[in-house]
Write a protein that binds this ligand. Structure first.
Ligand SMILES: Nc1ncnc2c1ncn2[C@@H]1O[C@H](COP(=O)(O)OP(=O)(O)O)[C@@H](O)[C@H]1O
Ligand SMILES: O=C(CO)[C@@H](O)[C@H](O)COP(=O)(O)O
Length: 475
């Protein structure tokens, strides 16, 4: 029975699962935390990956490995393959002006949506390259190759064999802003427009193509396992839960994402829906917010309670929290594009000044921003008859129950698990087994949450969401 390993190198942590390639049975797992911040030395991901692999019992008996990871992060390498500066992550908003500049230079969003399927905001790698060229020209001069977190980790697992060996996959390439899901080709002209010159980018592999072999010297005791192409974390999560064409997913991790598996590429000139690619050769129209699970962390911190108590408090308040609304822009926001925004609380009265009301408003505010994303996805052709809910935030009983009221459709929650790492493992199994189709591992024990929709929650949120302050310069 071959074993395979899947990795999720996400914003807050690194998770490794080892599964049976044929049945998908979980054999062992491990995890390790990542440092805080929106600028991170990739070496910290490498060290977390080593710790998580060790906690998962190592890779000695594993036939294939696949790395999925947070999307968009800019990892710049010099001629010798050394990292030039800490990576700027997807939630680093310093390139917001660069994004606006790139869009204006092209005459608007239509150009970008047609060229690469998405209109760049600060999250996209292409805007970070423009920021680098403008603010750190000496670093920009040294760049020989640019890649993404999952590409870099796969390359390190291969023993960092030279820049020409860098590999990526369609799903992550589609978040760069210089690769087109519609044509399957890079747009080196757009990369050059951002950075000022062309640099090397990873070769984009198709589904289940090999990225080479693991170098046993890179991981203590590991076998020379096959390396799979890997994926962006949202695409991997879709693959991990076995989502099929037309399914709509909401992921509540550090980011909030709303996406579906589509047969045709998206090209939304408004920039609300990003036109990404999936793991199987299909497409992944996606709306992302910067504020999801950490809104709950922040509310729990303010109320000095744990996350389970926060959920109990939220469920003890009435739907709509008697008019208390929390606008969740704690990290600025990406959709809508408000990089400088801060959060706000509206509707405070003596009645609503309770921990329960604030807890409920935090859950509802975070979910309303995602419900706006669902509307945008529906406007692009998705049909959210039900929503599959994944990510760390889906562990909250309040999120699961209130989501059905806010989204206005049933919410299906797979058993708690690491679906990004599972998606990566399933991709590794596809490669290891050499089959035409990926093995079908279906998570058993999904639960469906249905509730009467409460439109008043979203109506009140719509009145509140445009009223907020910008962050102070040092904020
Ligand atoms: N029971 C819970 N209730 C609410 N949030 C939770 C719960 N368990 C975990 N989380 C949240 O999930 C988040 C991590 O989710 P995860 O999907 O792993 O994030 P990421 O992939 O961005 O690193 C954390 O912010 C954590 O607080
Ligand atoms: O930027 C996006 C999607 O476009 C984010 O979804 C990142 O991929 C980070 O994911 P998490 O760490 O929150 O899962």
């Amino acid at each position: 029975m071959p074993l395979v390993a899947g990795v999720d190198s996400s914003t807050q942590s690194c998770k490794v699962v080892v599964r049976d390639a044929e049945t998908g049975t979980l054999v062992r797992e491990g995890r390790a935390p990542h440092p805080d911040g929106t600028e991170v030395d990739p070496e910290a991901w490498w060290s977390a990956l080593q710790t998580a692999i060790e906690a998962a019992g190592g890779l000695a008996d594993v036939a294939a490995v696949s790395v999925a990871g947070q999307q968009h992060g800019m990892v710049c390498l010099d001629d010798a393959g050394q990292v030039i500066r800490p990576a700027l992550l997807w939630n680093d908003t310093r390139s917001a002006d660069a994004a606006a500049e790139l869009v204006a230079e092209a005459g608007g969003g239509r150009f970008w949506a047609d060229a690469v399927g998405s209109v760049p905001v600060a999250s996209f790698t292409v805007t970070k390259l423009r920021w680098l060229a403008r603010h750190e020209p000496a670093n920009a001069e040294r760049v020989a190759a640019v890649c993404l977190p999952h590409d870099w980790l796969t390359w390190r697992l291969a023993g960092a064999p030279g820049l020409e060996a860098l590999r990526t996959d369609r799903s992550d390439a589609s978040g760069t802003g210089y690769w087109s899901p519609a044509t399957g080709e890079y747009r080196p002209d757009l990369l050059e427009r951002a950075l000022g010159r062309e640099v090397r980018v990873p070769t984009v592999l198709g589904p289940a193509e090999s990225a080479g072999h693991l170098d046993p010297a890179a991981v203590s005791g590991a076998a020379p396992a096959l390396l799979a192409p890997g994926a962006g974390d949202n695409a991997a999560a879709g693959f991990g839960v076995g989502a099929g064409s037309g399914d709509v997913l909401v992921s509540i991790g550090t980011s909030g994402t709303v996406f579906s598996i589509a047969e045709t590429p998206a090209a939304d000139a408004s920039g609300t829906v990003a036109g990404f690619a999936d793991v199987t050769g299909r497409f992944l129209p996606l709306v992302a917010t910067l504020n999801a699970a950490r809104v709950l962390d922040a509310a729990a911190g303010m109320l000095r309670v744990g996350l389970d108590e926060l959920a109990d408090l939220a469920l003890s308040a009435p739907p709509g929290a008697d008019g208390l609304v929390l606008v969740p822009y704690l990290e600025g926001e990406r959709t809508p594009n408000r990089p400088l925004a801060t959060g706000a609380v509206h509707g405070l009265t003596l009645r609503t000044s309770t921990p329960a009301h604030l807890a409920r408003a935090a859950v509802e505010g975070m979910l309303c921003a995602l419900a706006d994303g669902l509307d945008a996805l529906a406007a692009q052709g998705a049909q959210p008859r039900r929503v599959l809910l994944v990510g760390g935030g889906a562990r909250s009983a309040a999120v699961r129950r209130i989501a059905a009221q806010v989204f206005g459709c049933p919410v299906v929650v797979p058993p708690p698990g690491e679906y990004v790492a599972d998606g990566a493992a399933r991709q590794a199994a596809w490669l290891a087994l050499g089959t035409t189709e990926a093995p079908s591992w279906t998570p058993a024990g999904t639960r469906e949450y249905a509730a009467e929709p409460v439109p008043a929650i979203r109506e009140r949120y719509a009145q509140a969401r445009d009223h907020h302050l910008d962050r102070l310069a040092q904020g």
